[in-house]
Design a protein. Structure first.
Length: 275
């Protein structure tokens, strides 16, 4: 199978490994550093060359990367769809128009509306409150036809094994966020792929039978709110660009490097393939 067939036309680019939160289930790349703007512009050009049409910028926290706007602008110039996954903490009333000017969809990482739970899992106790406050400001500049807003929730620690935190979350979305035109709520099964997630596997792992129950209870597609429950297989289908510019895929909990997108030059098919 050719490299292009393995990669497809969409990638999630973990542009930085730095984050201003300390989520205990996070699998960000702790061992790879963010690249310079020049290098990343070259990586972006190489993504265009291999046929990438959609980029989701993630991290770490993508808005910490100082040149994120430059990369988003260039991606739009290339005709790409630009999405971003963020904890939202750096978005403020006076900067959302600027930060989101090239974004087609913003996905807020939000696991609970309850302050003590967010504090306990390392998300930051004001995480939900800030997202609830900032979304109406976003809608002042960008309506739902211009910018989609999703909520991403990782199924997190539940000492009783009941996973009722999802009930609090869906109530908050329906009662406090939905009027701001939320496109989708994505529930993601904890994946012990790397980093803290691997270290904390025993604390956060969701048993198969519990996940089946969660999927059956929550997954729906109504005119009011789409709910998408994601298992390991959907995460394995994601194509990742790591902070140092290596395309990776995951299979059964292990990452496979596919292609090194550096140096910053036009690549032939298979050039710079990771051995």
């Amino acid at each position: 199978m050719s490299t292009n067939n393995m990669i497809g036309n969409a990638v999630c680019w973990n542009i930085t490994n730095i984050c201003n939160r300390n989520c205990q289930y996070c699998f960000r790349e702790l061992n790879e550093n963010a690249q310079s703007l020049e290098t990343n512009l070259g990586i972006l050009n190489n993504l265009k060359e291999i046929g990438i049409k959609k980029i989701t910028f993630s991290g770490g926290e993508p808005f910490i990367y100082p040149y994120i706007i430059n990369l988003m602008a260039k991606a739009k110039e290339y005709g790409m769809t630009v999405n971003v996954v963020t904890n939202g903490s750096l978005l403020k009333e006076d900067n959302v128009e600027y930060y989101l000017q090239y974004v087609d969809k913003v996905s807020f990482s939000c696991d609970s509306p309850r302050r003590y739970i967010n504090d306990q899992i390392g998300r930051g106790e004001d995480s939900y409150d800030h997202i609830k406050e900032i979304i109406p400001h976003i809608r002042k500049y960008y309506d739902k036809d211009r910018l989609l807003i999703d909520i991403n929730t990782v199924v997190t620690y539940d000492p009783d094994g009941l996973y009722r935190e999802l009930d609090y979350m869906i109530d908050a979305i329906r009662n406090e966020l939905l009027n701001n035109s939320i496109n989708k709520w994505k529930i993601i099964r904890f994946y012990p792929l790397r980093g803290k997630a691997k270290d904390n596997k025993n604390k956060f792992y969701v048993p198969d039978e519990k996940f089946i129950e969660i999927k059956k209870e929550y997954e729906t597609d109504s005119e009011y709110l789409k709910i998408d429950v994601r298992n390991f297989d959907s995460l394995d289908n994601n194509v990742i660009v790591s902070p140092c510019g290596i395309i990776k895929v995951s299979r059964d909990g292990e990452e496979i490097p596919i292609l090194d997108l550096k140096p910053a030059k036009r690549m032939e098919e298979g050039a710079n393939r990771v051995q």
